[in-house]
Design a protein around this ligand. Sequence first.
Ligand SMILES: Nc1ncnc2c1ncn2[C@@H]1O[C@H](COP(=O)(O)OP(=O)(O)OP(=O)(O)O)[C@@H](O)[C@H]1O
Ligand SMILES: [Mg+2]
Length: 240
Amino acid sequence: MAALLRLSGVCKSYGALKVTDGIDLSVTEGETLGILGPNGAGKTSLFNLISGDVSLDAGRIEYDGQEVSRLAPHQRCRAGIGRSYQVPQPFGAMSVFENLVTAACFGGKQPEHEAWDTAYEVLVQTGLLAQANKPAGSLRLLDRKRLELARALATRPRLLLLDEIAGGLTEHEARELVEELKAIKARGVTMIWIEHVVHALLALADRLFVINFGTRLAEGAPQAVMNDPEVRRVYMGMEA
Ligand SMILES: Nc1ncnc2c1ncn2[C@@H]1O[C@H](COP(=O)(O)OP(=O)(O)OP(=O)(O)O)[C@@H](O)[C@H]1O
Ligand SMILES: [Mg+2]
């Protein structure tokens, strides 16, 4: 099947620090790719390059058969690349509903009447309906995480990039989140999910990609990757 997203030789450095060092990666339509790696490995940096928040030094990013490496973040979002941020980024003084309408209008390029419908749909889908009129800045952690997912969904993504949305949740909350993500996956949305909560990731991922020092350490079927001695040593601190 054709790749929806393809990265070839993607590089990014900050001074002498290579945070992304020649990454090749592709994701097919409908697939869920899980990304693992130790703290500081370059996972979020990779999302920043895909979403266009940060420009790459070298390499190429193709989405839906077109090169998007030089497009601005809002153009990539409107093309169908939606993302959540590891540190939630809502407009704190605006209500939850207004945050979603804004995402639908500006990120999803939907006309206002359609954006209102989308915002309502997403509120229901993510369990945020009761919080709709609260200022986004007043939400507790679980709901802030939900809003981060909801804002990405309101743009109607074809490719959804999720950065540690299960971090800090209780077991029960993480299970709820996995169920929500399964429903999104069932609708055909392609996902890349960076997550340290491995059991949540394994419940959804079709394939895993492990990053260390900005390079690929391992890639493949989830169980094979989790059993890889090098992955166990680097990521889980276990002896090979
Ligand atoms: N704008 C920047 N300027 C300088 N260094 C940066 C910048 N952004 C990221 N880095 C560095 O790049 C490295 C990779 O950071 P990144 O946020 O991608 O890691 P990560 O794999 O997402 O880690 P975590 O699991 O902790 O979220 C880190 O050493 C980080 O300090
Ligand atoms: Mg990160």
